[in-house]
Design a protein around this ligand. Structure first.
Ligand SMILES: [Fe+2]
Length: 212
């Protein structure tokens, strides 16, 4: 194809959205988040996760939760085209993570959620890496690719630089992870899942689902 004119169309992109607006915690909000690290579970890669999985239900964080919910619904309506009068998203479970020096966050996705988000509370700038099988891998073809970074259609990983006080939204099913923290500064994030209230599908197609 080198010397032949051609047009390539990147079909079916995945919406990974880094919100431009930052949220600055008040001292009270920051303390409320940090209090949950008194009781954590540690996994094999060292990621410490708060045992409390509804931290955004804390009244001290209600303004922050409202801000997150507004952006989730903005993502749904502006990027996905969801009709807000029929289907509104709300936050379900929420928790916080801390990676200290040489700790990382294992590969995972967020089952039983539609849109997920992660807010970066503190730490050096770093990449969250998203992983998705290519079209060929999905069908079992592991072709010998020369250099995945040079061929977007064969690249199954995508890193996005993540800065303090920022919110990243993504489809919950997408696998993601964070590499080892090489800084002495702990990396702290808040993650959450969502679900909807409203009516989706169509009565005549037997796909209707109403969630109240
Ligand atoms: Fe996650």
């Amino acid at each position: 194809m080198k010397n032949v004119s051609h047009q390539v169309v990147p079909m079916f992109p995945t919406p990974l959205c880094l919100i431009g607006e930052k949220y600055k915690f008040s001292d009270k909000e920051y303390k409320a988040v940090m209090s949950y690290f008194d009781v954590t579970n540690k996994n094999s890669t060292g990621n410490n996760i708060t045992r409390n999985k509804y931290i955004l239900e804390n009244k001290a964080l209600s303004k922050f939760k409202k801000w997150l919910t507004m952006h989730v619904n903005g993502y749904a309506s502006s990027l996905i085209g969801v009709n807000e009068t029929k289907c509104k998203f709300h936050i379900t479970q929420s928790w916080a993570n801390i990676n200290r020096y040489k700790e990382s966050h294992h590969k995972h996705n967020h089952p039983n959620s539609i849109i997920s988000g992660v807010f970066y509370v503190d730490g050096e700038d770093g990449d969250i890496i998203f992983h998705k099988q290519t079209d060929f891998e999905e069908h079992g073809w592991h072709l010998p690719i020369k250099d995945r970074t040079k061929f977007p259609f064969s690249n199954n990983e995508f890193g996005i630089n993540f800065k303090k006080d920022s919110l990243l939204l993504f489809p919950s099913r997408i696998i993601h992870y964070v590499n080892v923290n090489e800084s002495d500064k702990p990396r702290i994030s808040i993650a959450f899942n969502t679900f909807f209230k409203g009516k989706i599908g169509h009565y005549d197609d037997a796909t209707e689902l109403e969630v109240k």
